[in-house]
Design a protein around this ligand. Sequence first.
Ligand SMILES: Cc1ncc(COP(=O)(O)O)c(C=O)c1O
Length: 251
Amino acid sequence: MTQRAYNFNAGPAALPLDVLKQAQEQFVDFNGAGMSIMEMSHRSAQYEQVHEETASLMRELFGIPDNYHVLFLQGGASTQFAMLPMNLLRPGRPGAYIMTGSWADKALKEAKLIGETAIAASTEGDRFTRMPDSSEIRIPEHAAYVHLTSNETIEGTQYAVYPDTGSVPLVADMSSDILSRPVDVSQFGVIYAGAQKISALRASPSSLFATIWRRRAQKACRRCCGTARMRKTARSTIRRRRSRSIWSIWC
Ligand SMILES: Cc1ncc(COP(=O)(O)O)c(C=O)c1O
């Protein structure tokens, strides 16, 4: 290739050529195994090493404390719009959403299909040209969680400071800015991000998402949502019962 094109898209971004070349090489023969990583079992020792290394790099880069799980699951961030309320909503305990634009709206619409929701703040009156100030946020009593979108990819707005939600777990969709700046992870109950946009780093192909769950938040998960149940998912992922998206995770 003589000339590389630059992609200034709001989502997927350019990757260093060396990284692409390494991926190309290892796609055919993964570290001398004589096979592609695509041909390997997700339970193999070789893949297990890749998985552990990816999770530990994520922990190191993002400063994730030990009392948080790091899960790489199938389905992209949009799946999490539903999984999250499936896991955390209970009767009389609404999910409180901070409305800041297109992605917050999608997250709320999905949660409404699952259970009770409330609007903790909205900047619609300003045509979503800004994020709300902490003083504008009203958290309903007994809220199960407060959900925010850290960077509204379409409107082009981003939180400079995250709100303090006290004892109510703060949940963040960080799909378009995770790993682009330091974050105090301990402020959040759950952080999730669709991988293709894992910031300008473009950490992986789409249809994978990373979630970072505080173990206590995960304990609060309901019992009734089958395989979408985070506690169960965490356990089965750790025990390798579910097929993992090995290509995306390796990327
Ligand atoms: C902030 C935000 N949330 C969610 C999504 C949806 O992610 P996915 O395509 O992984 O479902 C996007 C995609 O652009 C996004 O920018």
